[in-house]
Design a binder for this molecule. Structure first.
Ligand code: NAD
Length: 475
C-alpha cells in the first residue's frame, strides 16, 4: 500500500501544499517509509502567515482565562489521545516506551502549567512614579510567531513553543522537522475542535525553504527555534533584517563533573540513563564525564557494566528496549564519523548494529583531550566521553571550556562544593547529584552558544510578549 500523503494545517483546515514535492517519513527502527509529507513552498508560508494574521485580532480579544481554558482542553485532548500520539512519535523517531510515554505526560503537564501561568502574569504596580502622572505597564502579544521544531522531541519541543505563544495572545505558524511531522499533525487534528481557525497553523517542509521563509517573513514578529547552533546563527542573521525577536534553544555538550566524594554507583546509574536517553539525541545528554583522577578507576569499574546492561532494541523489539535507533542513516554515519575520527580508547561500544533501521551501540570513550573534537562538539548520538581531572578547579574549568552552555551536573557529597559548582558552572541548568529531570515550573535556557530565551516556567511568557509603558498626566 502506498504511504499516506499528509497535508498542511492552515486556517483550521487540512490543505494540500501548493507544491508537489514530498519527503518520505521513515520509521528509523525499521527503515520503512510510513508516510509522505509535503515539502512546503513560499506560497504555503504566505498562506499560513496570512491565516495567522487574520486570526490575530480576535485572538487578541480573548482574555487570559479564555485562552487558559482552551489550553486546558487541549491538555485533556492530548491525555485522552496519548496512545495514538505515542504510536506516531515512536514510529517516527524509533522511541521505546520508556522514553516516549513519559513525554506525552510531560506535554500534558506543560500545557496545564502554561494555562495557569497565563492568568498570573506579573507587572510592576501601577502608580505615580513621577509627580502628576500615573504609570502602568501593559503586557501585549508580539503578533504572529514563527515556530521551528527539531526532530528529537517533535511533539514536546513544538508544544513548548505553541503553548506559551498562544497563552501570551499570539497566533502562530509552526514548522516541524522535515523528518518528524506526524505527532504535531495529530495535535493539529485535536486542536481543530478547540482553537479558533488560524490561531495555530502547521506547514511541513525543509528548513531552507519553509523555515527560512518564516524567519524572513516581515509579518513574523518572533521566531522561536529549537535546533542546532549553526541553524540558530543562520536564523538570527536572517531575523536581523527585520529586527525580529529570536528565541533560540540550541545545542549542548553537558559535563558530568564527578568529584572524589561522589556516590559512584549513582553516577553510573545517572549516566546510563542520561547519557543514552533517546539514543543520546538529546541536547541535555550527559555526554562528557569529568572525573577526579582519584576515583577514575573506581568509576570505570561500575560505569562500563552499567552501560553494557542497556537493552538496545532492533526493528522488532525497539518498543520495549532502553535504547532505540538514531533518526536516520545520515545521523548514524555522522555519529560514527565522530567515533572513528577520535584517537581515544573505546571502553565499550563504538560500532553500528545491523539493520534494518539505524543503530549505534552505546559507546564510552576515554583517553580524550579537552581540545578533541569529540569533547568540544555535539555528537548527538549514544556516545559519552570520560576525562580525568586533578582538583576541583580544573574539573570546573574543563566543564566550562566549551562553546555550549545548556546544562551540567555536579556529583559530590560535600554541600559546600556542590554549591560552589552550581555557582561556577556557566550553564542554564545545573543538577546536583542527578542529570536530566525537568519540571514545567522551572526555566530551561541556554548560555553561550546554547541559545537565547527561556522555555517552560513563567519566564517563557516574557519571551512571547511585549511590555508597554502607559503614562497618563493627571493634570
Ligand atoms: P536542525 O537545526 O537541523 O533543525 C531544527 C529545525 O530548524 C528543523 O525544523 C529545520 O528544518 C529547521 N531549519 C534548518 N535550517 C533552517 C534555516 N536556515 N532557517 C530556518 N529553519 C531552519 O536541528 P535538528 O537536527 O532537527 O535537532 C537537533 C538539534 O536541536 C541539536 O543541536 C540539539 O541539541 C538541538 N536541541 C536543542 C534543545 C534545547 O532545548 N536547547 C532541545 C532539543 C534539541
Amino acid at each position: 500500500m502506498a504511504p499516506t500523503t499528509l497535508q498542511n494545517f492552515v486556517g483550521g483546515q487540512w490543505v494540500d501544499s501548493f507544491g508537489t514535492d514530498v519527503s518520505p517519513i521513515v520509521n528509523p527502527a525499521t527503515g520503512e517509509v510510513i508516510a509522505q509529507a509535503p515539502r512546503g513552498t513560499e506560497q504555503d508560508v504566505e498562506r499560513a502567515v496570512s491565516a495567522a494574521e487574520a486570526a490575530l485580532p480576535e485572538w487578541m480579544e480573548t482574555t487570559p482565562g479564555e485562552r487558559a481554558s482552551m489550553l486546558l482542553r487541549l491538555a485533556d485532548a492530548v491525555q485522552a489521545d496519548a496512545t495514538e500520539l505515542f504510536r506516531l512519535e515512536s514510529s517516527n523517531v524509533g522511541k521505546p516506551r520508556s522514553v516516549g510515554e513519559p513525554e506525552i505526560d510531560a506535554v500534558v503537564d506543560n500545557l496545564r502549567f502554561i494555562a495557569g501561568a497565563a492568568r498570573v502574569v506579573e507587572v510592576p504596580g501601577t502608580g505615580e512614579y513621577l509627580r502628576g502622572y500615573t504609570s502602568m505597564v501593559r503586557r501585549e502579544p508580539l503578533g504572529v510567531a514563527g515556530l521551528i521544531a527539531p526532530w528529537n522531541y517533535p511533539l514536546m519541543m513544538a508544544v513548548w513553543k505553541v503553548a506559551p505563544a498562544l497563552a501570551a495572545g499570539n497566533t502562530c505558524v509552526l514548522k516541524p522537522s522535515r523528518m518528524t511531522p506526524l505527532s504535531m499533525l495529530r495535535f493539529a487534528e485535536l486542536a481543530r475542535e478547540i482553537l479558533p481557525a488560524g490561531v495555530m497553523n502547521i506547514i511541513t517542509g525543509d528548513g531552507s525553504r519553509v523555515g527560512n521563509g518564516l524567519v524572513a517573513h516581515p509579518s513574523i514578529r518572533v521566531v522561536s527555534l529549537t535546533g542546532d547552533t549553526a541553524t540558530g546563527k543562520a536564523v538570527m542573521a536572517t531575523a536581523a533584517q527585520t529586527i525580529t525577536r529570536v528565541h533560540l534553544e540550541l545545542g549542548g555538550k553537558a559535563p558530568v563533573v564527578v568529584f572524589a566524594d561522589a556516590n559512584l554507583e549513582a553516577v553510573a546509574e545517572g549516566v546510563k540513563v542520561a547519557g543514552y536517553w533517546n539514543a543520546g539525541q538529546e541536547c541535555a545528554a550527559a555526554c562528557r564525564i569529568l572525573v577526579d583522577e582519584l576515583v577514575y578507576d573506581d568509576l570505570i569499574e561500575v560505569l562500563v557494566p552499567a552501560i553494557q546492561s542497556l537493552k538496545v532494541g532492533d526493528a522488532g523489539s525497539y518498543l520495549d528496549a532502553d535504547m532505540g535507533p538514531v533518526i536516520s542513516a545520515q545521523q548514524r554515519d555522522q555519529v560514527m564519523g565522530y567515533i572513528t575520527r577520535s584517537t581515544g580508547t573505546i571502553l565499550t561500544g563504538g560500532k553500528t548494529l545491523p539493520g534494518p533501521g539505524f543503530w549505534v551501540e552505546p559507546t564510552l570513550i576515554t583517553d580524550v583531550a579537552q581540545t578533541d573534537e569529540i569533547v568540544q562538539r555535539e555528537v548527538f548520538g549514544p556516545v559519552v566521553t570520560i576525562q580525568k581531572f586533578s582538583g576541583e578547579e580544573q574539573g570546573l574549568a574543563w566543564a566550562n571550556d566549551v562553546n555550549y552552555g545548556l546544562c551540567a551536573s555536579a556529583w559530590t557529597s560535600d554541600v559546600g562544593r556542590s554549591l560552589r559548582a552550581a555557582r561556577q558552572l556557566r550553564f542554564g541548568t545545573v543538577w546536583l547529584n542527578d542529570h536530566l529531570p525537568l519540571v514545567s515550573e522551572m526555566p530551561w535556557t541556554g548560555m553561550g552558544e546554547s541559545g537565547i530565551g527561556r522555555d517552560m516556567s513563567r519566564y517563557v511568557l516574557d519571551d512571547y510578549s511585549q511590555v508597554k509603558h502607559v503614562m497618563a498626566s493627571l493634570a
